[in-house]
Design a protein around this ligand. Structure first.
Ligand code: ADP
Ligand code: MG
Length: 245
């Protein structure tokens, strides 16, 4: 069990109409922990990610971030939301802005940094994700793997307490997957708290502290990767693993 919880979900429930998309979700992510979420399509993984960031409302339960309950709305929510960065499958970069501007924008808007300060931080982070020299290009001039690394730099630029990744490599050509996973591995080694929805089982085995298996809106298993992959406890997980491994 995590000693120092950073993200805590307690008895979280959510419906889309009659679909009970999140059912009694209890999940703790400790500071510095990497939790990989896997499960069949439609099991609620993306909804869970968005819920952690309160991009989705919940009907019952509580979400706590670093000891603060996440409010449903309002100014306070915007502040707390900025503490958790999110990286999506589709990189969501601004096409008409340079790489540098993409990474600096939210720093200036949300963190109220001056342009010079934001740009300096952006360049440091672009360097860290292996994109020094690409700052003045536009997203379309970069490969998918490079664009996703810009998105990671942009998320890091906000100095988040945690990062959520929702299938960050699913839209990439196979030869670009590793360059993104390597950046994520490095973040994990540096102690970043991460929740990662992915089908990359190699990443789960090597970087995750825990694997959470979801099906039909429920957490079915929440265990160390080795234990999960070598001896899944549930039929659902066994069935899922047999299809993807
Ligand atoms: P996953 O990411 O595991 O594939 P999702 O969280 O995207 O699953 O979706 C879980 C279920 O909720 C699916 O059945 C999906 O069709 C449904 N769903 C997702 N978003 C919405 C929405 N905005 N409105 C209605 N149903 C939705
Ligand atoms: Mg999804």
């Amino acid at each position: 069990m995590a000693v120092d919880p950073l993200i805590e979900l307690r008895d979280v429930n959510k419906h889309y109409g009659t679909l009970h998309v999140l059912q009694d979700i209890n999940l703790t992510v400790g500071r510095g922990e990497v939790v990989v979420i896997i499960g069949p399509s439609g099991s609620g993984k993306s909804t869970l990610c968005r819920t952690i960031n309160r991009l989705e409302t919940i009907e019952s339960g509580t979400i706590t971030l670093d000891g603060h309950p996440l409010p449903a709305e309002g100014k306070e929510l915007a502040g707390l939301r900025a503490e958790v960065g999110m990286v999506f499958q589709s990189f969501n970069l601004f096409a008409h802005k340079t790489v540098l501007a993409n990474v600096s924008l939210a720093q200036m808007k949300v963190r109220k940094r001056k342009r010079e300060e934001a740009d300096k931080r952006s360049r440091e982070l672009l360097d860290r994700v292996g994109l020094a020299g690409q700052a003045d290009k536009f997203p379309a001039q970069l490969s998918g793997g490079q664009q996703q690394r810009v998105a990671i730099a942009r998320a890091l630029a906000m100095n988040p307490k945690a990062l959520l990744f929702d299938e960050p490599t699913s839209a990439l050509d196979p030869e670009m997957i590793n360059e993104v996973l390597e950046v994520m591995q490095q973040l994990a080694r540096d102690g970043m708290t991460m929740v990662v929805v992915t089908h990359e089982m190699g990443f789960a085995r090597s970087a995750a502290n825990r694997v959470v298996f979801m099906a039909d809106g429920r957490i079915i298993e929440d265990r160390a990767p080795e234990a999960f992959f070598t001896a899944p406890e549930s039929d659902r997980a066994r069935d899922f693993l047999s299809k993807i491994l």
